[in-house]
Design a protein around this ligand. Structure first.
Ligand SMILES: [Fe+2]
Ligand SMILES: [Fe+2]
Length: 337
């Protein structure tokens, strides 16, 4: 079984990083829930790992969608339970196939094994940023929601509540969401460093208004997320934009960015500050292009994602870029102010 499992994990990691991280998180939660309930930890770890195996057959464009998906697409996505159960049967892992088949059935008569995986799955999904078309909720809100659904046994939800606390304190759960964006401060530092370099090269002041414009414009694309650096400052606007378009859709599309930048340039008569605005906005897209979610070629095509998929929010590369930009900025300020 170990060989089959590592093959499945390898397939998941090659197909979709979010699918792998979600599955690993659900597996860890299931394992601790099982431990807290005095059940077979290894069985539940594996069950958590395999519950979404059917998603290997779902197109990546659908798995990575950043807005609420349509009816037809939802049907395809829903099939992953059926496909998962079939894959597991074919692989001789039928002991997990009922869980894969039923983990999205929201009925009160689910077998205990399905309930355990289902609460872990729902909790992980609700609290993770990878569900980009919806804002993640807090752990408490997620657990409250599970109670509200009135389909899970109290002992299962209680075991989950303890399990998530154990895992969070031990930092065993990977923030999947992280794949989505660079940190706001990285965007800010990168734009400041780039704009200041241009200022120095053109013999202008490092600390100046055009540099500020580049910084603000570098935060602008994330206005579609109320929890972003800029979104927190303009909560209402951010909330409206998020509700209308979702996160990483319109403002992170190349065609929208080009249109916006051209408008700013034309309406300002190609002013110097307008070029700084363009610089800031483009640095945002450039950095987000490095992330797992990437950016969109067109705001009209939700499956037009491009991205190098290298960076995780708060990960080593994100932090390294941030620190390098700070160093560049520090250097420019001390040398040229
Ligand atoms: Fe699922
Ligand atoms: Fe899942």
């Amino acid at each position: 079984m170990q060989k089959t499992l590592s093959l499945i994990l390898q397939n998941m990691s090659e197909k979709n990083a979010t699918l792998l991280t979600h599955s690993l998180n659900v597996a860890k939660l299931c394992m601790v829930i099982a431990r807290n309930m005095g059940m077979d930890e290894e069985f539940y770890y594996t069950a958590g790992l395999l519950h979404d195996v059917g998603k290997l057959l779902v197109p990546n464009a659908l798995l990575d969608k950043s807005i609420t998906i349509g009816k037809e697409e939802l049907e395809i996505l829903k099939n992953h339970s059926k496909w998962g159960a079939e894959i597991l049967r074919l692989l001789g892992l039928e002991q997990f196939s009922t869980i894969a088949l039923l983990h999205h059935q929201d009925t009160a008569d689910l077998p205990l094994s399905v309930q355990i995986v289902s609460v872990a799955d729902k909790f992980e999904t609700m609290t993770s940023l990878w569900r980009q078309y919806k804002k993640p909720v807090s752990h408490k809100e997620a657990i409250d929601e599970l109670w509200r659904m009135q389909i899970f046994r109290p002992t299962v939800i209680e075991a989950l509540a303890i399990a998530q606390m154990e895992l969070i304190t031990k930092k065993r759960i990977t923030k999947v969401g992280g794949g989505g964006d660079m940190r706001g401060y990285t965007h800010l530092a990168f734009a400041f460093a780039a704009a200041s370099s241009i200022q120095v090269l053109t013999h202008k002041d490092v600390l100046s208004l055009p540099v500020m414009v580049a910084g603000i414009s570098a935060l602008l694309p994330d206005v579609d997320h109320p929890d972003s650096l800029l979104g927190r400052k303009v909560k209402l606007i951010s909330w409206v934009v998020n509700k209308l378009f979702g996160h990483r859709t319109v403002t992170h599309s190349i065609d929208f960015a080009v249109g916006l930048c051209l408008t700013v340039l034309l309406s300002s008569g190609f002013a110097y500050w307008a070029w700084m605005f363009v610089l800031g906005y483009m640095t945002h897209l450039l950095l987000d292009n490095l992330t797992k979610t990437g950016i969109k070629l067109s705001m009209f095509r939700h499956d037009s994602t491009i991205g190098l998929r290298l960076v995780k929010t708060g990960g080593v590369i994100d932090t390294a870029i941030f620190l390098i930009c700070l160093l560049v900025l520090g250097f420019l300020i001390t040398k040229h102010v």
